[in-house]
Ligand binder design. Structure first.
Ligand code: SMG
Ligand code: MG
Length: 372
């Protein structure tokens, strides 16, 4: 049993090594909420995957902050002794807000595992100590700029290239990269920017031997994804559409995808991510771990998750240097064979470096206990 006696929220900001453009906008800087919980015997860390605006998801940094500060945090402080697995019940009175829930739930799990001197990977039943890493390449200014970036990442050893696409900046770019690298594992991610009526684009992409087409259509439209999947050979992978194990089950039953991108933050934390993993495993659907430009705290969490057996495709778990001039934790590095080590220490196995944390902190608050 663990009792959380204090919760501290921080908003942190880190420069990115280069802007990251997707179909819904451009990130120039990483700004996210970090949670630190304190128990009698340990502290635990959680990093939120939300960003400054509600673009990738309905949540954003300020909504996460408010949700934890006003609802989830006080409920957790009131809950007394608990197991991390009990948090679904403690948080049940709050609908949605999965990214906020994930942040707090992951921090509690981290503290509890540190108390028990167990690594997150061991707790999850991880089966590998290194995971295959791919890299996600943002929409570049020009095709040549994109080709140069891809060449650089392949030279570093990344095992899969994912190209961000949007209507009008798609087939020609993917053809160029495929022509340069006929055998590389290549995928595209549209972040929900297309419609079923864009079928001609998908037919052209279908000729390029893609590992998958990620989230081509609207995030709430499983039926259209099923209709598209019936018309193309490339497997559809869902990201934004999968908010829970129940969503994964529905999407698979409908034939809306053949691969699932698991982001623990998007589904409410590591424990729900494990349930998504299990649903997919039982249905014979491979999964991989998505990324949200996390700092080392979120990356450590993701690497532990990706050590589970059904994570059989390369993950968006890139090295610290792909994102930040200086990471919040000790930097994560890519091995020459394109893998990354899963942290083996207790909990997520890493903590923020105190100097970096104070340098990056924009705002901090201690969550008050619920008012009577
Ligand atoms: O963390 O390497 C990473 C980024 C991976 O492309 C990535 N993430 O839709 O999968 C996705 C995007 C969402 C993040 S946009 C800021
Ligand atoms: Mg995606």
């Amino acid at each position: 049993m663990t009792k959380v006696r204090a919760i501290e929220l921080s908003l942190v900001g880190l420069p990115l090594v280069r802007p990251f453009r997707t179909s819904f906008g451009t990130s120039r800087r990483k700004t996210c909420v970090l949670v630190r919980v304190e128990t009698d015997h340990a502290e635990g860390w959680g990093e939120c995957v939300a960003d400054l605006e509600p673009d990738f998801s309905p949540e954003w940094n300020d909504s996460v902050w408010e949700c934890i500060s006003s609802f989830l945090g006080p409920a957790l402080l009131d809950a007394g002794d608990l197991e991390p697995e009990d948090l679904d019940v403690v948080f049940a009175h709050v609908r949605g807000n999965r990214m906020a829930k994930a942040t707090l739930a992951n921090a509690v799990l981290d503290a509890s595992l540190r108390e028990h001197e167990t690594s997150l990977a061991a707790y999850l039943g991880g089966v590998r100590d290194r995971v295959e890493s791919g890299v996600s390449v943002g929409i570049a200014e020009t095709t040549d700029a994109l080709r140069a970036q891809v060449d650089g990442y392949l030279a570093e050893g990344y095992r899969r290239i994912k190209l961000k696409i949007e209507p009008g900046i798609d087939v020609e770019r993917v053809v160029a990269v495929r022509t340069d690298h006929p055998a590389v594992a290549l995928s595209v991610d549209a972040n929900a920017a297309y419609r079923l009526s864009d079928i001609d684009t998908f037919r052209s992409l279908d000729e390029l031997d893609l590992l998958m087409v990620e989230q081509p259509l609207h995030h709430e439209d499983l039926v259209d994804h099923a209709a598209l999947q019936a018309q193309i050979r490339s497997p559809i992978c869902l990201d934004e559409s999968i908010r829970s194990a129940a969503d994964a089950s529905a999407a698979i039953s409908l034939g809306a995808c053949r691969i699932v991108n698991i982001k623990q933050g998007r589904v409410g934390g590591v424990l729900e991510a494990r349930r998504v993993h299990d649903v997919c495993r039982d249905a014979g659907v491979p999964v991989w771990c998505g990324g949200m430009l996390e700092t080392g705290i979120g990356r450590a969490t993701n690497l532990a998750l990706a050590s589970m057996p059904n994570f059989t495709l390369p993950n968006d778990t890139s090295a610290s240097a792909r994102y930040f001039p200086d990471d919040l934790t000790e930097p994560f590095v890519l091995e020459a064979d394109g893998t990354m080590h899963v942290p083996a220490g207790p909990g997520i196995g890493v903590s923020p470096r105190p100097d970096m944390l104070s340098e990056c902190t924009i705002r901090r608050e201690t969550v008050p206990a619920r008012k009577e």
